[in-house]
Design a binder for this molecule. Structure first.
Ligand code: GRF
Length: 215
């Protein structure tokens, strides 16, 4: 990276617990969060950002006639901030191909499953319904494929007998909080990038499941 710090914009829709971890870690890391944008005016994450003295913006998708119009305004807003990285942290909107291609290789997402298993929503219940014995979290580059971009890192959690979706979500979220700041700092240091649809770390193509983080 040519600047001292990698400038990051974080997109949220809700509680923002991952955002909080990213804010806390940024104080001792190689990236700075220059703005937090929410598509929901009531997202608690906005308060977390304000407490961290990070500028916030609300771009409510309900005020736009189409996905394309919303995405275009969001993309133009991000371009004005000119970040090196866009981090989706519980951003509950599907981004159009135009948006994703405009920032190709510069968008990260965290997803609460061991991708390619369970893209989309309700991942914890789906893992329980399938009788899986393990579940987890993935961080990946965003491509126009929903939750289908190259995986950078994953971490597992066990599924216990009589687990509930809520208990499992809590277990996974704890891992999310550890893995996301780590991956963002890899990107910020220039160790990680996307090339021809693959995740490259330290000049090596990562395996399909990315780096498997051990507890
Ligand atoms: C997390 O489980 C994340 O993986 C998913 O949405 C949830 C957001 O949680 N995409 P939070 O808003 O960071 O607390």
């Amino acid at each position: 990276m040519d600047r001292k710090y990698c400038n990051v914009v974080v997109l949220i829709s809700g509680s923002g617990s991952n955002l909080q971890e990213l804010i806390d870690a940024s104080l001792f890391s190689n990236y700075k969060i220059s703005a937090v944008i929410s598509n929901r005016p009531d997202a608690f994450g906005l308060q977390r950002a304000e407490r961290g003295n990070i500028p916030t913006q609300i771009i409510d998708h309900k005020n736009y006639d189409s996905r394309e119009a919303f995405d275009k305004f969001l993309a133009d807003t991000i371009d004005e901030i000119n970040p090196q990285l866009i981090v989706l942290a519980g951003f509950m909107r599907i981004l159009s191909g135009d948006f994703v291609n405009r920032f190709s290789g510069k968008i990260l997402n965290i997803h609460p499953s061991l991708l390619p298993k369970y893209p989309g929503i309700n991942t914890h219940q789906r893992a329980l319904d399938a009788g899986d014995t393990e579940h987890g979290v993935s961080v990946h580059f965003v491509t126009p494929d929903l939750d289908g971009g190259p995986i950078i890192a994953q971490e597992n959690v066990p599924i216990y007998k009589n687990d509930t979706a809520e208990a499992l979500a809590t277990r996974v979220l704890k891992k999310e909080h550890l893995i996301y700041p780590k991956v963002v700092s890899w990107f910020a240091s220039g160790r990680l990038h996307m090339h021809k649809g693959k995740a490259i770390m330290d000049n090596e193509e990562l395996p399909p499941c990315g780096v498997m983080i051990q507890p």
